[in-house]
Design a protein. Structure first.
Length: 231
């Protein structure tokens, strides 16, 4: 799993390995498939029976059922309220998304992650108790823009809106110089976490280690400082 995928999945902390995903559109199916292949037990839920059948046929989740998530009784009967984490992936139907999120929180689901399609949608989801709200299309667009304008930054894990961990190609300006000589902390405000050694990474590399153009380093710091790197 790469760094960018962690930005979403880090929010899915739970004491067991069971997740429910409500809404089996493209985003919901992708979440189901990723969690399923990571070894977690996933229940897919959708009002559309064809989508449910597709998830089961393609083995994107261990289980999938058809129900109306705006009905608290239907959710209760299906056992959805017993899950520690439920992802509401209904992005294009605001009313259904908000009602589903409200039903889940009012009936004791500890951690609800909801997909929003607009800022107003986000505000409504937070009002009814969503623990984490995401904008997949917006985040994907930002990631694409960064990859086009800063191609040397291979991957990015956003810790918060102002700080990130990035995987970046060692710039030509750093070629042949030791980590100590580069003074990344004093000159750039960054901390070096790892440097690639062939197919593996050297974690917490020695200050006397030399960096070479074309290899990869992983640094942590503010986005403002990361943007100062000569890449």
């Amino acid at each position: 799993m790469n760094l960018s995928s962690l930005s979403f999945f880090r929010s899915l902390r739970t004491v067991n390995k069971q997740f429910a995903v409500v809404g089996l559109g493209r985003f919901g199916r992708a979440v189901c498939s990723s969690l399923h292949h990571l070894g977690y037990e996933v229940l897919g839920v959708d009002f559309d029976e064809k989508r449910v059948s597709q998830v089961l046929t393609d083995q994107w989740a261990a289980h999938a059922i058809q129900l109306d998530s705006t009905s608290p009784s239907a959710l209760k009967e299906a056992g959805i309220f017993e899950f520690d984490t439920v992802i509401v992936a209904i992005g294009n139907y605001v009313e259904e998304s908000v009602i589903t999120t409200m039903n889940l929180k009012e009936n004791g689901v500890p951690h609800v992650v909801a997909k929003a399609s607009s800022e107003i949608h986000e505000k409504l989801l937070r009002k009814v108790g969503a623990d984490h709200v995401i904008f997949p299309e917006h985040e994907m667009g930002c990631a694409l823009a960064r990859s086009l304008t800063r191609p040397s930054i291979l991957d990015r894990f956003e810790l918060d809106p102002d700080h990130s961990i990035v995987e970046v190609v060692v710039p030509a300006e750093f070629d042949g110089r030791t980590i100590a000589e580069l003074e990344l902390r004093s000159r750039y405000g960054l901390n070096l976490l790892a440097v690639s050694q062939g197919e593996k990474f050297e974690i917490n590399p020695s200050p006397v280690m030399r960096l070479y153009k074309g290899s990869v380093m992983v640094v942590i710091g503010s986005n403002r400082c990361i943007d100062r790197l000569p890449v």
